[in-house]
Design a protein around this ligand. Structure first.
Ligand SMILES: [Zn+2]
Length: 235
């Protein structure tokens, strides 16, 4: 399978909450898009791993994803080690995305930070010929572009994606994660930083703030290391 874009998140729902609008816009534009989760979110305060698998499947259908994978790393204990980065590099060679989008390394949740680092290292390793030969799978191929999405710590984005046209659909996709957005008990405040029913409000606040910067209602901020190339700066 050849993808145009692969989004890599630590837990099922990270991709949807952070860049669900960007994913929908790419798919609406005819791109083939996949999401790779590093864990099944089994340490989450709410819902079982089975609940989350079911919710992830529903969210994937709503997004219209062409691929959804899971690396099976331990939730809450994701480490940027050799095994993790080589496992992700293998998936990059198999799915051949031109564009990879992952957490930013600077994030409060250690799994998110580790995911950002794993994605960056795997992106580089995916282009090494000898490593691909040792692995015995598809040939080496490094995605042309790697960018990061925003978690709990703000950065100055290099790109803001206009997601006005798909905003309501993005909220519907997030709502597929029923176990994550409903309180389990009246005093349930959740342990996850993005806890509770305010996940939707937080997503909206962030999208309004960054949308305003590009003159639209809703925007999703991305950051890419180094300058963006162009042959025509008037566009
Ligand atoms: Zn997460």
């Amino acid at each position: 399978m050849k993808l145009d874009a692969l989004v890599i998140g630590a837990h099922p729902d990270d991709a949807e909450i952070s860049v669900g609008g960007t994913i929908l816009r790419m798919i609406d534009a005819g791109r083939t898009v996949g999401v790779l989760d590093l864990t099944r979110g089994e340490m989450g305060t709410r819902g079982t791993a089975e609940d989350r698998d079911r919710e992830t499947q529903r969210a994937s259908e709503l997004l219209g994803l062409h691929y959804r994978g899971n690396v099976g790393l331990p939730d809450g204990r994701v480490e940027a080690n050799v095994e993790a980065r080589e496992a992700v590099a293998r998936i990059l060679r198999e799915t051949q995305p031109d564009f990879v989008l992952a957490h930013h390394e600077h994030d409060l949740h250690p799994d998110h930070s580790a995911c950002g680092r794993i994605a960056k290292e795997a992106w580089y390793l995916s282009g090494l010929k000898r490593l691909a030969e040792l692995d015995g799978g598809p040939p080496a191929k490094r995605p042309a572009r790697l960018a990061h999405f925003m978690g709990h710590i703000a950065f100055e984005p290099t790109v803001v994606v206009d997601v006005d046209a798909v905003w309501e659909r993005k909220l519907e996709v997030i709502r597929a994660y029923t176990s994550q957005i409903q309180a389990a008990a009246p005093d349930d405040r959740g342990e996850h930083f993005l806890f509770g029913a305010d996940i939707l409000q937080r997503a909206e606040t962030k999208a309004r703030f960054f949308g305003e910067k590009i003159g639209v209602r809703y925007g999703e901020p991305l950051w890419q290391e180094g300058p963006l190339a162009t042959t025509d700066p008037t566009r």
